[in-house]
Design a protein around this ligand. Structure first.
Ligand code: ASP
Length: 370
């Protein structure tokens, strides 16, 4: 059992004092700051892998994030690069059907189409991303393979064909959980979305771009989703998962994978494969975001957090300043690691975990409100 440094103990004590069951506090922001050494700024405190399982994912599901963080940390122990460790962490979550990435990816509005996005970036500025991928077990692996091409982002049919060409493992991604989630989203769509939700007032039927006709009622929507499940025509995939890594020698990388937002037209692309929106890495740290992609792109969240880290702000301050312009109805969560600390901040629940030489810290055991 690694020795727990005193500043972690302080955090854990605070967590115990604040801890309440996640279901009772759905809007509670979750954050952690650990391994911070304000007395020794600039000090690299050793390897850390910090993982999130999507803004809105219950903190009680942090066991999945722990498994991802441990996989990444073990990879680092075996000599893996920051990029390989970030990928190793994300792969574990892509296999967990509870999360909206890979195996558990969201379905688009028709209940059939799945379009996964993924991206990786390291502190040398190398960036690779894919968009609109279906049937690939580990979209993050395909994103990493883009690093070996002259491109930054490959999308749609070309990305799917590339996965086949490279022999990446195939998987049927649609899950009953994703179908139930879409049914719930349709209920909200027909019965009234919260004020300020970008889909409130949007004439989605006029923009319907699927092969089947749009449903006229909630009952019809549910029947269409059931029919798609019965036909199992196509796999479908949404909660983004992400990882940020700092190696023992102070190198950084980030990785993200998502099935997109719950309500989405075909071809919609969010923040994940856009450099500086969903993720960013450089010599001062690594950042990975989750939440409403359109808001994350608008606020250039990952790049803004990174700029704040480079300016010397502690991770949680860097994140909070960068997400100031995002409204709670949009929702965002961010994990970040810098040269001397790390943090996780979300506008609602978010399962996350951090693994370092200090041991493991997880969202359901550490919640600090501000
Ligand atoms: N950011 C993702 C997107 O907009 C969704 C998520 O984080 O759950 O595609």
């Amino acid at each position: 059992m690694p020795r727990t440094p005193p500043w972690i103990l302080a955090a854990a004590t605070l967590a115990g004092a604040c801890a309440t069951p996640p279901a009772e506090r759905p809007e509670a922001p979750a954050e952690v700051t650990a391994v911070t050494r304000p007395d020794r700024p600039g000090l690299v405190e050793g390897p850390v892998v910090l993982v999130h399982a999507g803004q809105g994912s219950p903190a009680a599901w942090s066991d999945g994030a722990v498994r991802g963080a441990e996989a990444g940390f073990d990879a680092l122990g075996g000599g893996a690069s920051a990029l390989a460790a970030a990928q190793a962490a994300v792969r574990v979550l892509e296999d967990d059907p509870r999360f909206n990435a890979g195996r558990g990816a969201n379905l688009r509005l028709d209940g059939r189409v799945i379009e996964c996005d993924a991206a990786v970036m390291d502190d040398a500025g190398r960036f690779g991303a894919v968009a609109g991928v279906d049937g690939v077990r580990h979209p993050v692996e395909l994103a990493a393979r883009i690093l070996g091409t002259p491109h930054l982002l490959v999308a749609g049919a070309g990305a799917n064909a590339l996965a086949v060409r490279l022999g990446l493992e195939r998987a049927r991604l649609a899950t009953d959980r994703a179908r139930r989630k879409l049914v719930r989203a349709y209920r909200a769509l027909f019965e009234g979305l919260p004020p300020g939700d970008p889909w409130a007032g949007f004439d989605w039927r006029a923009h319907w771009n699927f092969d089947t006709p749009p449903p006229a009622t909630f009952e019809q929507a549910r029947a269409q989703i059931d029919a798609a499940a019965a036909a199992a025509v196509a796999p479908a995939a949404r909660d983004t998962v992400g990882a940020v890594v700092r190696t023992a020698d102070g190198r950084f990388a980030a990785a993200l994978s998502t099935g997109g937002t719950t309500l989405a037209l075909r071809g919609r692309v969010g923040d994940v494969p856009q450099r500086g929106a969903g993720l960013f890495a450089g010599p001062f740290g690594a950042v990975a975001a989750t939440g409403r992609g359109e808001a994350i792109v608008r606020e250039r969240v990952a790049a803004a957090v990174y700029d704040n880290l480079a300016a010397g702000m502690p991770a949680r301050v860097a994140i909070r300043r960068a997400i100031d312009g995002i409204r709670p109805v949009e929702g965002v969560g961010v994990i970040a690691v810098s040269r001397y600390d790390h943090g996780a901040v979300a506008t609602s629940q978010m399962a996350w975990a951090a693994r370092g030489e200090f041991g493991t810290v997880r969202a359901d055991e550490y919640v600090e409100r501000w």
